[in-house]
Design a protein around this ligand. Structure first.
Ligand SMILES: NC(=O)c1ccc[n+]([C@@H]2O[C@H](COP(=O)([O-])OP(=O)(O)OC[C@H]3O[C@@H](n4cnc5c(N)ncnc54)[C@H](OP(=O)(O)O)[C@@H]3O)[C@@H](O)[C@H]2O)c1
Length: 343
């Protein structure tokens, strides 16, 4: 079967679209005929590799997918061949403290499909049945794939961990990214009073406005820290969503009002940085980190996708055979929302 793989870690020159054997399934798994897969910045981190990431090579890339069940394992009773399913990318189990509480994202052997094991940039993939969610007949594979990872992450961060309340103000650092476009919509749905978005271009900011952003700040045209200070009458915001890290964290902390929360799930511009701790205790701030989401978060947010109250932003759909071109687009960063692959 056709798949987007790499045989060694590195840059995009290590990625190839090639033929690999169709996977065999375990008793608790199903074989998914992938109808749509979506890209995430994570794909590039996995390609680069890090100490402790020991992948079976070649590695099939991609953490997001949806499709039709082509085969069911001998232990699978609640799904059948032909079912249309979305896949929760978080792997977990019921055998440890967090897993038993549905917190797969905190369980001992937490893993992500496409990160630690083979993923969705292929014609078929093997998936544990416990990760499946049946899709309503009228829902689209491209939307289910585009939504899964970023929406469960943003929901868990903003709602479950961040405790966003109606009437609060939210600043989102970055306009067009997958997590950010999800975060804007979730903040709107949760009743945020004002959503400030800092973006790299007017075009991306216009799209953010269409998703629900109220105040738009182009970071190449103005000092966004000062702009937030001014726009909030020198008070700051209740919540900042900052998945950029080194380049923005210090400004994000300053943009919070007293008692504010900085929510983070990533660090696209670098993981290590300094900040002035006096801001933390002097302003009673909290930094709340999280990764992915629980299975309950996944089901909640995907049902909001299926009923149309949230909608993944899809930038471009590529055929699987052009997976490498899509990965180059992702790397360049000139993307509003998600890049999707279809067979
Ligand atoms: N822990 C988890 O569970 C989890 C899950 C998903 C993602 N992540 C991480 O979260 C991060 C975002 O993921 P993604 O898939 O949404 O990535 P993405 O689609 O590539 O988006 C990156 C975002 O960062 C913004 N950005 C980059 N550099 C910036 C800077 N210097 N100043 C301000 N904004 C900047 C971009 O802003 P513009 O759009 O305005 O250009 C864009 O919105 C990644 O680091 C990813 O690994 C973590």
């Amino acid at each position: 079967m056709k798949a987007v793989v790499f045989y060694e870690h590195g840059l995009l020159d290590k990625v190839q679209v090639t033929d690999v054997p169709k996977p065999e399934i375990e008793p608790d798994e199903i074989l998914l005929e992938v109808k749509a897969a979506a890209l995430n910045r994570l794909d590039l981190w996995v390609l680069a590799g890090w100490p402790g990431l020991n992948l079976k090579l070649p590695h099939i890339m991609g953490s997001d997918g949806a499709g039709i069940i082509a085969q069911v394992g001998s232990n699978v009773t609640d799904f059948s061949v032909g079912d249309r399913v979305a896949v929760n990318p978080t792997l977990g189990n019921d055998s440890d403290y967090f897993g038993r509480r549905g917190l797969d994202n905190m369980s001992d052997n937490f893993a992500i499909l496409g990160e630690h094991v083979d993923g969705f940039f292929a014609e078929f993939t093997a998936v544990p049945a416990r990760n499946l969610l049946k899709m309503p007949e009228n829902s689209l594979f491209i939307e289910a794939a585009a939504a899964s990872l970023v929406f469960v992450t943003a929901w868990h961060s903003l709602i479950t961990r961040g405790g966003l309340q109606a009437g609060e103000t939210v600043l989102i650092v970055g306009a067009g990214g997958g997590v950010n476009t999800a975060s804007i919509q979730i903040a709107k749905l949760a009743g945020a009073e004002c959503i400030y978005v800092v973006g790299s271009s007017d075009e991306k900011l216009a799209k953010a406005e269409a998703l629900g952003a109220d105040v738009l700040i182009n970071r190449h045209e103005e000092n966004w820290g000062k702009a937030i200070f001014k726009a909030t009458n020198r008070r700051g915001v209740d919540i900042v969503v900052d998945n950029v890290g080194a380049a923005t964290f210090a400004t994000s902390l300053r943009a919070l009002k007293k008692g504010g929360r900085l929510l983070t799930v990533g660090n696209s511009s670098g993981p290590t940085f300094e900040f002035d701790n006096r801001l933390m205790f002097g302003k009673h701030l909290s930094i709340i980190g999280s990764t992915m989401g629980s299975s309950a978060d996944y089901e909640t947010v995907m049902n909001l996708i299926f009923n149309g109250r949230l909608q993944p932003v899809i930038d471009t759909i590529y055929p699987l055979s052009e997976g490498l071109a899509a990965l180059h687009r992702l790397e360049e960063g000139n993307v509003s929302g998600k890049l999707v692959l279809t067979p």
